[in-house]
Ligand binder design. Sequence first.
Ligand code: NOJ
Ligand code: CA
Length: 705
Amino acid sequence: MKKTQIIVVLLIVLFVSCTNKRDNVTFIKSPNSNIQIQFKLSEIGEPIYWVNYISEEVIKPSTLGFDLENSPSLKKDFKIVNTSTSGFNETWQMPWGEQIDVVNNYNELKVELQETSELKRKLNIVFRVFDDGVGFRYEFPYQENLKEVLINEENTIFNLTGDHKVWWIPGDWDIYEHLYNTTKFSEIDALAKAGHKNLAQTSIPNNAVNTPVTMKTETGLYLSFHEASLVDYSGMTLQVEPGTFKMKSVLVGSKNNKYKVKQTVPFKTPWRTIQITDEAKDLITSKLILNLNEPNKLGDVSWFKPTKYTGIWWEMHLGKSTWDYGMEELDGKWIDTGKAHGKHGATTENTKRFIDFSAKNNIGAVLVEGWNTGWEHWVGFEDREGVFDFVTPYPDYDLQEVVRYGREKGVDIIMHHETSAATQTYEKQQDTAYALMQSLGIHAVKTGYVGKIIPKGEFHHGQYMVNQYNNNVIKAAKYEVAVNAHEPIKATGLRRTYPNTISREGLRGQEFNAWSSDGGNPPEHLPIVAFTRMLAGPIDYTPGIFDIKFNKWKKENQVNTTIAQQLALYVVIYSPVQMAADLVENYEGNPALQFIKDVGVDWQQTKVLNGEIGDFVTIARKERKTDNWFVGGITDENSRDIEVDFSFLDEGVIYIATIYEDGKAAHWDNNPTDLNIRTIEISKQLKEKFHLAAGGGFAISLIKK
Ligand code: NOJ
Ligand code: CA
């Protein structure tokens, strides 16, 4: 990692902030002055803010405040005790990521409030305005009349200016694995999405959406609402207020308490964020969420290296093999026979096959699922506590031997911990499990939380689980372990603070194409994800399926993209662990494998070349260690031509470009494997058109000549 250079500028921001004495409006502007937040108290002392972009209103006056369980509501009768402003400008470095340098430049307004009524409680609101959006948070400062806070609801309002076009998933308290909906704001109907039969747990109590939720206004502005630094608090959903263009924060609750968050004063809430851009593509390059998180607390994390990986994984989702070792169906009941049924995937032999393939193809790691005891009591079992064991392998899996063999070939093992959402069982074994990994030199674990949370009554996105997920990462770091979480809490930029938060699922991943009964992920899925879920952070989507139809295993399911799009995903979707997800036998002999072999996983620069939400997106990334560039472009169900202007390439360099594009007859459904591969020389001066088939894409490796 490059030495971090931080230039901090603290100054009184005279020209960008002011208090207008007559009506007591305070404002703060972005460093380029385009975005402005204004703040005032209403006649009854309610905090009110509003946001403008140049001369356009983005958020109309909106109130802020809390309903508490153990104390009267904290939302009116305030007076302003003090306001202060400051500016900040630093450039920090990511240990791995979409780029090396991140500019963190904002102006801040801090408003200190106190109630004029009897309790005289205090609340601060801190606003930060960047050139690409805003963030604000509440601070509960130390005070005599408020020691412990039980929050029943946080009433942060976002008053929209019209009936925007919205890309949304329902505000499910237990899972984000929904398809995106594209509707007008007034047509959001989250409750209609309840009870999806392919979800092991789902709970949608309100007409609300999960974040990031992205919108386009009638005037062509792009807005994305999310949160940053979600620590010891509940996840936020945004509820549609009927008959209005108003959204209200609704925190994820628990059936075990009336309150949703329990905190000790002093504390700070997560940041509420709005990214504001006039081109969709700029949402992807915005680093606002990361910048609202604290700097790296772990120091040197060079023990983790970004890597491509293969895995004993897709074969279970296709039904070729199983996670468990000895389940048999007898008289309509599944029972644990304790004897091998012969279909167990995680065997020493099978793992070695994956290691051999990876070693040959410049892939650094192998994930092995189903290696440990407990899978006989996985899905569908109510009583899952005490079942999974994170140190005991099945008899046909020699953990020490596969690690040794991998090391000999230069391939690491990625550990797998499926907790089945039995949180206390996992907590109890964590130290031993991570210590085992450390003793074997295993530096990455994929965690899973399939099923309803135990203890009963908790939800995946409530405060209890936010703490579980965050504690996992902090504990893992002590053992030099990095975490790729499935069924996670949403990403809120904590990877800046704890870089071992390497990746996560938190969306409808590739696995749905293997088994979902609703047709899998449609071609528009990822062109939406790139502008919604991906704004939160890295995604373990698991691309690279070459056997698109997999009819040998399942006739009724398939991947709904072309093979060229599967390649493009290595560039479009960012993750420091990027899977080559197909069965290794499906790669052998296919010339498209060369792209997976060549493509980078760690970038010094990212350029989003073009894109419209739900339609298409093209991204170019420059690899850190080689200076080579890679380009990926994807489209929805519509075919289109995309021109790439290569002026982003380095001056004076000629690149050997290998282009992987949809063939003339390619189509995601009719002909997904029609792929054309050609090699040309490309330099900065060139512009070139690429044809993308319906559900297709293109991928280019640009290797310096
Ligand atoms: C769900 C995860 O998303 C998937 O990747 C994994 O294979 C299964 N759980 C089993 O842990
Ligand atoms: Ca999942």
